[in-house]
Design a protein around this ligand. Structure first.
Ligand SMILES: Cc1cc2nc3c(=O)[nH]c(=O)nc-3n(C[C@H](O)[C@H](O)[C@H](O)COP(=O)(O)OP(=O)(O)OC[C@H]3O[C@@H](n4cnc5c(N)ncnc54)[C@H](O)[C@@H]3O)c2cc1C
Length: 286
């Protein structure tokens, strides 16, 4: 199948993008790397009247360190993230997630902003943003809004971004001394969307878990913080007892629906397996 007819506008400034969005209203859709949108157009799952291509906008491809934050522009590609020394040093959880996103060809063109704006519940970056308490920065003609990741993802492909706004960047808190990151997922084949995934960051103090942030992907209509398991791990050493306590608590955190890949019981089981692996990795690297 081929895409239905649409107009195409390549904008060269944010002001021009906002003008186009205002003029064309609901019929317009933003195009970034096209790695999700182009297949959706070809399958006619999306039929916008006009594509507003923001791929050439200046200033949205930067990765900048500023005190406790790493600012990453929305048009930074998966490939750029993978190759960035700043990302691997300052936001290792994000760096660990990138190789799990699709395949090399897609990572060359797809963008951080495109993945977050799409809000696929099985995508890696929404869970990373939630685990880290990142802030998503959206901009419209009226100005800038900064939205906590916990408020940004609102359901299946639903976000707090308004139709006339563009996601311009993300602020990721830089990892603190004593912090350790762990990203893992289970997929049927490498590059496929995950059956279940876990973005975790631990804060250690004298060998004890002072804080655990655990965000799961592919277990609901949006990324989910495992609040019970996080509380169960606080103040414990990463040992077998911690694994047991966290897995018991996790049972109350997740209520996954089945999907084309696996049933709810399998997802629950795999979520516990990933949690045990994360704690085991923390023990080994202690
Ligand atoms: C075979 C295959 C496998 C894949 N596997 C994975 C995977 O494992 N994990 C994963 O996360 N993704 C996967 N994807 C999806 C894809 O890699 C990402 O979702 C994609 O890179 C998104 O970025 P993009 O720049 O290509 O967005 P686009 O396709 O250009 O846009 C995606 C959506 O976001 C909107 N949008 C884009 N940028 C912005 C912005 N700055 N502000 C507001 N709205 C915006 C668009 O309007 C559109 O609705 C896969 C895709 C394919 C084809």
């Amino acid at each position: 199948m081929k895409a239905a007819d649409f107009e195409y506008v390549r904008v060269t400034s944010l002001a021009q993008a906002f003008e186009q969005l205002a003029q064309r209203g609901e019929s317009a859709q933003i195009l970034a790397g096209g790695q999700s949108l182009m297949p959706m157009l070809n399958l006619r799952l999306a039929t916008p009247g006009c594509l507003i291509d923001i791929g050439g906008l200046p200033g949205l491809r930067d990765i900048r360190h500023d005190g406790a934050m790493l600012h990453v522009g929305a048009l930074v590609t998966h490939r750029q993230l993978q190759e960035s020394a700043l990302v691997s040093r300052l936001v290792p959880l994000l760096a660990q997630a990138v190789p799990h996103v699709a395949h090399l060809a897609i990572r060359n063109a797809g963008t951080l902003g495109g993945s977050l704006a799409l809000a696929d519940p099985a995508a890696e970056y929404p869970a990373v943003a939630l685990a880290l308490g990142a802030t998503l920065v959206v901009q419209g003609a009226q100005g800038v809004r900064r939205i906590a990741a916990g408020d940004f993802f609102q359901g299946l492909y639903q976000t707090a971004r308004l139709p006339h706004e563009i996601l311009v960047g993300v602020e990721f808190p830089v990892i603190a001394p004593g912090g350790r990151a762990h990203f893992s997922e289970l997929a049927r084949r490498r590059g496929d969307f995950a059956m279940v995934g876990l973005a975790a960051q631990f804060q250690f103090s004298d060998g004890i878990i002072a804080q655990a942030r655990l965000a799961y992907l592919a277990v609901a209509d949006r990324p989910v913080l495992a609040a019970g398991a996080m509380a169960a791990l606080q103040g414990r050493a990463p040992d077998d007892e911690a694994v047991r306590a966290a897995r018991v608590a996790l049972a109350g955190d997740l209520d996954p629906p089945g999907d084309l890949q696996c049933d709810p019981a399998t997802k629950r089981h795999l979520a516990g397996v990933l949690l045990a692996r994360a704690i085991e990795q923390m023990r080994q690297s202690a």
